[in-house]
Design a binder for this molecule. Structure first.
Ligand code: PBG
Length: 328
């Protein structure tokens, strides 16, 4: 008797395909990174990141409203100060740029927008390194104090969550301790734990003017050849009290997202960084790729690899694609 071969994969309608979809994503897991700078009435495009802008505090609420309308209700602030010095004092100044942006966003948007801040020194130091220097080396322990001070000042100005990105040893513990001691026990820490020394940050450094004036970040960011080291960093940050572990960049590090997801019990975040954004924009402009489809595929791959949270400059576009049923 002849047997007909049935297809191995389900081959029904779109309705059926969506029912059996293995990876689900929704807007509540999207975080949009945003640059704020001193001045008024500023919305200037970042040359290496077409479609992304630096905002002054007064133009910020309008943009945040647009994000809320699109269904994105989480942002992460990066500050670009006017004044940089050796010890990055504007990072923890009460009237620092991020502190002012937080106050403005909180006043105008109440609790509608969840406010996260990047905690680091490199945008604030004259030399562009992520901490204070001793000679030409970043001094780890002295930097911890300043990072903790910065995190506390962000929370006092209205941040819902802080995200240290500096990669100093012991910073999650230092930040946890200072927040606890100041009655902010509930404020979570999202740690940039698995952060590689990456050329994908190039456009960001242009956006924030934070490229190191000498040397590189290889002494404190990780070598991209290493897998176990990444896991070790993640586990150490869990022990220090991190609430969410981030892998960064996303696209070339999907394996690390999966490794971290399998190894730890905390939510995992993946940051699709400036270089990923710039590549897509440049490729699309040249007519080499279909931008929308690439954005969807990149996002889905991060979630498929295991991320729970996705930080991306394409957050608004992805939210729209979700509404249109193209991904989700
Ligand atoms: C600060 C920081 C960087 C990014 C996030 N936080 C730059 C760096 O480490 O050089 C990169 C984000 C991006 O490229 O989009 N240390």
């Amino acid at each position: 008797m002849e047997m007909s071969i049935r297809p191995r994969r389900l081959r029904g309608s779109e309705v059926l395909r969506k029912m059996v979809r293995e990876t689900r994503m929704d807007k509540s897991s999207l975080i949009y990174p945003i640059f704020v700078k001193e001045g008024t009435n500023i919305k200037e495009e970042i040359p290496t990141m077409p479609g992304q802008y630096r905002y002054s505090v007064d133009t910020l609420p309008g943009t945040l409203e647009e994000l809320l309308d699109a269904g994105v209700n989480k942002v992460m602030f990066f500050g670009i100060p006017d004044h940089k010095d050796e010890v990055g004092s504007q990072a923890y100044a009460q009237d620092g740029i991020v502190q002012k942006a937080l106050e403005k966003a909180r006043a105008e948007l109440k609790n509608e927008m969840y406010l996260i801040t990047d905690v680091c020194m490199c945008e604030y130091t004259s030399h562009g390194h992520c901490g204070v220097l001793c000679g030409t080396e970043v001094e780890n322990d002295q930097t911890l104090e300043l990072l903790a001070k910065t995190a506390l000042s962000h929370v006092q100005a209205g941040a819902d969550m802080v995200a240290p990105s500096d990669m100093m040893d012991g910073r999650v513990r230092a930040i946890r301790e200072i927040l606890d001691a100041n009655n902010h026990k509930e404020t979570p820490i999202m740690s940039y734990a698995v952060k590689y020394a990456s050329a994908f940050y190039g456009p960001f450094r242009d956006a924030a003017g934070s490229a190191p004036s000498f040397g590189d970040r290889k002494s404190y960011q990780m070598d991209f050849h290493n897998r176990r080291e990444g896991l070790k960093e993640a586990i150490l940050d869990v022990e220090e009290g991190a609430d969410i572990i981030m892998v960064k960049p996303a696209l070339s590090y999907l394996d690390m997202i999966r490794e971290v997801k399998d190894a730890i019990d905390l939510p995992v975040a993946a940051y699709s960084v400036s270089g990923e954004y710039a590549m897509v924009k440049a490729g699309a402009k040249l007519g080499c790729i279909e931008e929308d489809r690439i954005i969807c595929e990149m996002a889905a791959s991060a979630y498929r690899a295991g991320t729970d949270i996705y930080l991306t400059y394409f957050a608004k576009e992805i939210a729209k694609f979700m509404d249109e049923g193209r991904i989700g």
